[in-house]
Ligand binder design. Structure first.
Ligand SMILES: [Zn+2]
Length: 647
């Protein structure tokens, strides 16, 4: 994956030469400022209106009054993050980008092996690469599908290098030390103690973090990565940035905080945040400059630590705000110092929060007043945080700049988790070994689930690595898969005579667990009454190649059968039970026409007339519209239309 530095510099020099040559030949009609496309993951249209109404998004409200805003904007199928951003940045849908899900199986692999939709080079060129090829300067910051290690990088790119170690709350055990550091600290007059924690960093030798404490009434603390050096003096209860020097990343590091143990005030703990790698790529001294101005690429959130109780809600929010501000600061810095024609950047805070805490329907587990109010407060914070970023973006907009504020999808409340692989297993199409692992040598079909959709792949001989289904069996296996999911209903028995059926959900419902027993009504009356039926088909969409809807997904990466869930259902990839109450409260992936899944689109700048855009706009219309603003021709592979032509 990693390219040697020398080669990278050579490529950069070649690219920057191309840019200088072509830049002067650009058309005269184009805008002179920067066109920024800013994506707020998961910020749905309905929620935007809701939180504007509640006074939580005053900056978006103001922006709406001055900008063009879409009232009939839809994303693509599936309404997932990687496919939607691929469509946004290329102007083409999954059949061309190949990003058919957040995780999918590719031809020639074993049937259960998967690819990340965020790591692959897009099958259609994203606009930051295409515009760069046509002489523009482009930049991406934290934007999905913009990994600079792919072939289709922007001129300047800042991207996550991934999680290198999970967060951890360490109990510190101090013991007296007597070495040169004692001299460094106080010339040997006060006793010094040391605690050591080990960091288990992916693909790197183990590293230690040393915490020194002086003896006395008001102890002083020092943190260092080097046992020979006393390090930097730090105060408890403050966040401290710790940078790491790892040869395969342009930046790496994490935050720590010394805290008093809640059980024993005398004892100290150290919260070690998620260790992140960062990729900073661009011509000249770009990487060094970003590193020296902004340090390492910080963790976007510490959700697991918050759920574990390792950090407080306040600390969790500090981490989220820090990341949002970092993205804004880096983006503005690039805009000001490198003057890109096109700049893409991205915020994940709303999506993170809604996946965990979107508790709005009586059918959802844990639905009770206090819990609903608490979760609503969490979610409101995320929308407020997004709005503060929008305020800064608006203030930063120069008269010749264009700003597009978009999202990739909204989220819907989830009550039930489905397991398509469990259904395949029950039907004998998927086989597990004694340890419970999938035995690919006996498995005829496997589902790769993501959010509320799944692709089901037939383990075809000659196509899948070590495939077992013969060509003449293929149609039959596919038919079998379709019937498993098409005919699947839930709750029939439950709703007619709930008490006598040992349905997994009912068992959970009627368990002795008081906490859940009283608050969980299932299925919700609204689900049943709105459908006017006593049963629900949770696999709402079951598509194969001959169905019309499948055409937009028709790609080698797509399953032989595509599944999409009814509202309220999520699909668990490794879920052991066929149907169970969900832990994840918000999700997306299904039919993009659903009002909850609608994204937002606002656009403002000298070439865009403000006001409502009431016509139908789809996610693939963004890229061609930006090509138009850039004064560039729209490439042939683009499926969308130019939004502002004829307005
Ligand atoms: Zn998303």
């Amino acid at each position: 994956m990693f390219k040697p530095i020398s080669m990278f510099i050579m490529i950069s020099i070649l690219c920057s030469m191309t840019i200088t040559t072509n830049h002067s030949s650009s058309k005269a009609t184009e805008t002179t400022g920067t066109i920024s496309v800013v994506s707020f993951d998961g910020l749905g249209y309905e929620d935007a209106q809701r939180y504007i109404g509640k006074g939580i998004m005053p900056n978006l409200e103001k922006f709406q009054q001055q900008a063009a805003y879409a009232t009939d904007f839809v994303t693509i199928t599936p309404s997932l993050t990687a496919p939607s951003h691929a469509a946004m940045s290329t102007g083409a849908g999954p059949s061309k980008t190949g990003i058919v899900s957040n995780h999918f199986h590719s031809l020639g692999e074993k049937v259960k092996d998967d690819q990340s939709g965020f790591a692959q080079t897009l099958g259609a060129t994203p606009i930051w690469k295409e515009a760069r090829n046509q002489g523009k300067i482009t930049a991406t910051v934290s934007f999905p599908d913009s990994n600079p290690e792919n072939a289709s990088a922007a001129t300047y790119a800042v991207y996550s290098g991934g999680t290198l170690a999970d967060s951890k709350l360490h109990n510190l055990k101090f013991s007296v030390v007597d070495d040169e550091r004692v001299e460094q600290i106080n010339a040997g007059s006060v006793k010094v103690e040391e605690a050591v924690i080990s960091l288990d960093i992916k693909k790197s030798p183990a590293k230690q973090l040393y915490i020194l404490r002086t003896d006395g009434k008001e102890p002083k603390y020092y943190i260092s990565m080097d046992r020979k050096d006393m390090g930097e003096e730090v105060s408890p209860n403050n966040w401290i940035a710790v940078a790491l020097n790892l040869h395969n990343f342009d930046s790496a590091g994490f935050y720590v905080k010394l805290k008093r143990s809640p059980e024993n005030n005398e004892e100290l703990q150290l919260f070690q945040g998620t260790v992140m790698g960062g990729l900073y790529r661009g011509p000249g001294k770009f990487a060094e400059e970003i590193q020296s101005e902004f340090g390492f690429y910080p963790a976007a959130d510490e959700i697991e630590a918050f759920k574990n109780g390792d950090i407080t809600r306040e600390e969790y929010e500090q981490v989220g705000e820090r990341f949002s501000n970092w993205v804004t600061d880096v983006s503005f810095y690039i805009k000001e110092n490198y003057r890109p024609d096109l700049l893409f950047y991205y915020y994940s805070v709303v999506d993170n929060e809604l996946h965990e805490f979107l508790l709005r329907e009586p059918a959802q587990p844990g639905y009770q007043l206090a819990n609903v109010l608490e979760k609503e407060e969490y979610v409101s914070w995320a929308f407020g945080q997004a709005d503060r970023a929008i305020g800064r973006i608006k203030n930063n907009q120069n008269p010749d700049d264009h700003v597009l504020i978009v999202s990739d999808h909204g989220l819907e409340p989830i009550h039930t988790r489905l397991s398509p692989n469990k259904e395949l297993e029950k039907a004998g199409l998927l086989v597990k070994d004694q340890e419970g692992n999938i035995d690919a040598s006996k498995t005829k079909a496997y589902a790769e689930a993501s959010g509320t959709i799944a692709h089901v792949y037939v383990n075809l001989k000659g196509r899948e690595k070590k495939g077992i289904v013969k060509e003449e069996e293929y149609e039959q296996v596919k038919k079998e898969i379709v019937s498993i999911f098409k005919d699947k209903t839930v709750f029939t028995a439950l709703s007619q005579n709930p008490k006598k059926v040992a349905h997994p959900i009912l068992r959970w419902l009627t368990s002795k667990n008081e906490k859940f027993n009283k608050v969980y009504m299932y299925p919700s009356l609204s689900v049943l009454s709105s459908e006017k039926q006593s049963e629900v088909y949770p696999y709402e969409t079951v598509w194969t190649e001959d169905q019309e809807g499948y055409a937009a997904l028709n790609n080698n990466n797509s399953g032989d059968v595509f599944l999409s869930a009814a509202p309220g259902f999520i699909m668990g990839k490794d879920a052991k039970i066929a149907v169970e109450p969900t832990q994840e409260l918000g999700s997306h992936g299904g039919n993009p026409e659903r009002s909850t899944l609608r994204p937002i689109l606002y656009a403002s700048g000298p070439m865009i007339p403000p006001g409502e855009m009431s016509e139908r706009i789809t996610m693939t219309d963004i890229a061609p519209s930006v090509y138009e603003l850039l004064g560039l021709g729209v490439p042939d592979f683009v499926e969308g239309k130019i939004i502002w032509s004829g307005r």
